[in-house]
Design a protein around this ligand. Sequence first.
Ligand code: RIB
Ligand code: CA
Length: 313
Amino acid sequence: MTPRSIIIDCDPGHDDAVALLLALASPELDTLGITTVAGNVPLALTSRNARSIVELAGRCAVPVFAGADKPLLRPPVSAEHVHGQSGMGGVSLPEPKPALATENAVDFIIRTLCEKPAGSVTLCALGPLTNLALALMQAPEIAARLREIVLMGGACFAGGNVTPCAEFNLYADPHAAQVVFRSGATIVMLPLDVTHQVLSTRARIAAIGELGNRAGQTVAQLLSFAASTGVENYGGDAPPLHDPCVVAYLLRPDLFGGRHINVEIETGSALTMGMSVADWWSVSGRPANATFMRSVDAPGFYALLGERLARLP
Ligand code: RIB
Ligand code: CA
């Protein structure tokens, strides 16, 4: 079967790192490039961390492109309290050997989508949507050339994780999110409503740590750090594993369930800034523009994750 061409835009970040490893371990996916954005930690660190992960995965040929170092309009926010100062709290990786590509991430996204056959490239968005919004504003025609955008972001019934009603990725750059959701591209959302069901319990972390390879050991250390901060435990004792849900959806869409609905992004109110206003009950009359996932087979997700991580060095 022909591998599915993807670009992964991310802000590593421990869950981004796990998502990258899952993608790089999966032959069903052809990662054309990894683009980085400021988010969990500043751009220099998200770019360094992405390079470290491709090296850890033994996939140094996958290029890493740095993109936006700040949101379109809003002041930058970050999440060192969740991911550690380096963005890879819990592990200490050497300076990565793979060099950063010289091309800007936004130019790479536009160029790739124009060069590859229309409808053949999927963009996986794991952080703030600044790079994708800039690409869509510079080259609106790429919206129709994208196979789909599969993104981790937003929330509905789950509430927010950075304000009472906003999820970090959309809150960090709500204007970029609004550009993306109004672009006309096909969008699949993996919101907190799904990722809060995917919890890295001690048993699950232990099973990953027992895979016996460096990738498993590193992921176990990252997830143990996340669990130790307790910041994201939301009343339980296990942190959600957000970004790998995007890659798992590409590999096993049957693990997820949702609805095609209208989603708008709040950019006016200080109180609800960055909120994804998801019309789950279709009461607004606004046209559907995204598939909002709300259910997931969490045991099936972790079985997939473990099986793929075991394939890495
Ligand atoms: O809200 C969770 C999202 O914000 C994840 O992508 C995490 O990595 C952070 O970027
Ligand atoms: Ca992320």
